[in-house]
Design a protein around this ligand. Structure first.
Ligand SMILES: *[C@@H]1O[C@H](CO)[C@@H](O)[C@H](O)[C@H]1NC(C)=O
Ligand SMILES: *[C@@H]1O[C@H](CO)[C@@H](O)[C@H](O)[C@H]1NC(C)=O
Length: 129
């Protein structure tokens, strides 16, 4: 069956859907999605290329069921995640700690690590020298 919408009706529909989506998001996050905050590195962190570093995150509040307990850590620069080369993967998101080796990247003050399990979570930006 074909339905015809006036542009105004479409707009109302769109706004309604959008606000439903936005209002549903925090609920989803607190109920189903484990987004543990990264506790290290933080804004004062300086990593040297080639060194080993521990990425840590707060696992004190996991939901009863985790959709994806398999963690991946990526490096991001300027907010862009470097998806080709994860720093670490296939570890349990419940570990709260994962050692990584700092890759041979250009120095910068706008690096962050991104922890993926259920969802992605960025650390504050820090420096690599
Ligand atoms: C990371 O943490 C583990 C466990 O606490 C420790 O054995 C290891 O030496 C740490 N690595 C670094 C680079 O600090
Ligand atoms: C993550 O997934 C891989 C394969 O998909 C599996 O081999 C590995 O055991 C998993 N690790 C954890 C910690 O769940």
């Amino acid at each position: 069956m074909m339905m015809k919408f006036t542009p105004a009706a479409l707009f109302v529909l769109f706004v309604t859907l959008l606000s439903t989506l936005v209002s549903a998001l925090p609920i989803l996050e607190s109920r189903d999605v484990f987004v543990p905050p990264i506790t290290s590195p933080d804004a004062l962190t300086i990593w040297s290329v080639g060194s080993k570093q521990n990425v840590t995150w707060d696992t004190s509040n996991p939901p009863a069921q985790i959709t994806n307990g398999n963690g991946t850590i990526y490096l991001a620069k300027g907010g862009l995640i470097q998806l080709d080369t994860p720093l670490a993967d296939k570890f349990s998101i419940l570990n709260g700690i994962q050692e990584v080796t700092v890759p041979d990247v250009e120095p910068g003050v706008d690096y962050a690590v991104v922890l993926f399990g259920d969802s992605g979570n960025f650390s504050p930006e820090f420096s690599i020298v």
